[in-house]
Ligand binder design. Structure first.
Ligand code: BGC
Length: 413
């Protein structure tokens, strides 16, 4: 009798547990702009982990890249149709949403998970923090400071794979003679803008980059070091003239197939090489800092969570925030994404050669804040617009573009 009572009680407890898990399991719509092959493989790891934890990831991918996706996300949030979570670049993109009070405060999760002790570099958490409250969960460190080279393209052209930007420029005629596009470049405006930023760090140097992007020093933007960057960009424009692709991953594909010599692109390009079954050092070569300055900017992605009146959604948002920073998710996601984890206490032995180079640079402390951390979205958009115009129109001289650039920096906040 006693045993039966106990059993009954245990059964009741188990079913109560089951019922409460089911009642608390929440479908959370997560929006992001990860739609390329490598990106889809990476985001699938996040969905898998969230689903395994009992909730359901409802994928809200938006095609067309961040510049297309972000305004859609913002209008949904401000228009009263918020998703459960969304990806932005960590940095200044969410400033206005935080100010408007529409984003969930994650401070309790950050404190429970000791984010201040584990997240590196701490600038990532600082970029999520406003007035002492944490509003985002950083998921990775992505750096723009890379060039990706096709070993096949250089073999076909009969020249060695370059080890730095100057060698790449010198090899361009041989690539062209072999029917290759020296430099792959897509049409989304952030691509030419990002490539320009990488050239600025390599050619004008870190101090000039910070003077312009952090201190908004118009004189440096208009000065001789940046003049060299604009000359290099005009030259790169000529090398990219026959690319004829739109999306960044189509440009990466030109490198993967050996139709192009190289691409200046952030380390998310690694996801594409991985999906194509290519091996770093064998099929392709990576040059951090264009082989000139081994340095990384520490941009990347973070998840934000719109305030929701449903407490069950809020609870699921906090569960997802904690999960994204967890060691297991950090390893599974970043290995596929080509990005570096935001915590040092995880095992990345499975990383490829390029990621290992990235980790070594990060550990050496040779890091820079990214453009998304330094520039307001408005300034970034103006620079993107200028750059895509410049890259598409050979009639715009390096000098004209520099003057317009310096004016944007002079007016930047
Ligand atoms: C994001 C990356 C993404 C890339 C291309 C960047 O802004 O940080 O995660 O892969 O855009 O879509």
């Amino acid at each position: 009798m006693k045993l039966t009572t106990k059993l009954l009680a245990a059964t009741a407890l188990i079913s109560a547990g089951a019922v409460s898990t089911a009642a608390n399991a929440v479908e959370l719509e997560v929006t992001h702009w990860w739609t390329s092959g490598g990106e889809a493989a990476a985001v699938a790891e996040l969905a898998k982990a969230f689903d395994a934890s009992g909730d359901t990831w409802v994928d809200g991918a938006i095609a067309g890249g961040g510049d297309v996706a972000r305004p859609i996300m913002v209008s949904r949030i401000l228009g009263g149709d918020p998703m459960g979570a969304f990806q932005f670049n960590h940095g200044r993109q969410a400033e206005e949403l935080i100010e408007a009070g529409v984003l969930q405060d994650l401070t309790s999760v950050a404190e429970a998970g000791n984010w201040r002790e584990i997240i590196r570099p701490i600038s990532l958490l600082d970029a999520c923090t406003v007035d002492g409250k944490v509003y985002c969960a950083p998921v990775n460190i992505h750096s723009w400071q890379w060039m990706w080279l096709s070993n096949k393209a250089f073999a076909d052209a009969g020249v060695p794979v370059p080890t730095n930007w100057d060698e790449f420029v010198a090899a361009a005629p041989a690539l062209e003679a072999a029917g290759k596009i020296p430099l792959a470049m897509g049409q989304q405006s952030w691509q030419s803008s990002g490539a320009f930023g990488v050239m600025a760090v390599a050619i004008a140097g870190q101090d000039a980059y910070l003077a312009v992007n952090r201190d908004k020093d118009e004189a440096v933007a208009a000065g001789p070091e940046y003049a060299k960057v604009f000359e290099a960009a005009a030259n790169a424009r000529a090398m990219a003239a026959n690319s004829n692709v739109q999306d960044w991953n189509q440009a990466t594909n030109l490198v993967i197939t050996g139709a192009a010599g190289g691409q200046i692109m952030g380390d998310w390009a690694q996801g594409e090489f991985a999906v194509a079954g290519q091996t770093a050092g064998v099929d392709y070569t990576c040059l951090p800092g264009l082989g000139v300055n081994k340095i990384l900017d520490t941009g990347g992605d973070a998840f934000y969570f719109p305030v929701n009146s449903d407490p069950e959604i809020t609870a699921a948002q906090l569960r997802l925030a904690a999960l994204l920073v967890s060691p297991e998710v950090q390893v599974a996601f970043n290995l596929k994404k080509g990005s570096l984890p935001i915590r040092a206490d995880v095992d990345l032995n499975a990383a490829n050669d390029c990621m290992k180079q990235g980790l070594a640079i990060l550990d050496s402390g040779a890091i820079l804040p990214s453009g998304t951390q330094l520039l307001s979205p408005d300034t970034a958009t103006q620079i993107n617009d200028l750059m895509v115009e410049f890259w598409n129109d050979p009639a715009i001289t390096a000098g004209d573009a520099q003057a317009r650039y310096a004016a944007i920096i002079a007016a930047a906040d």
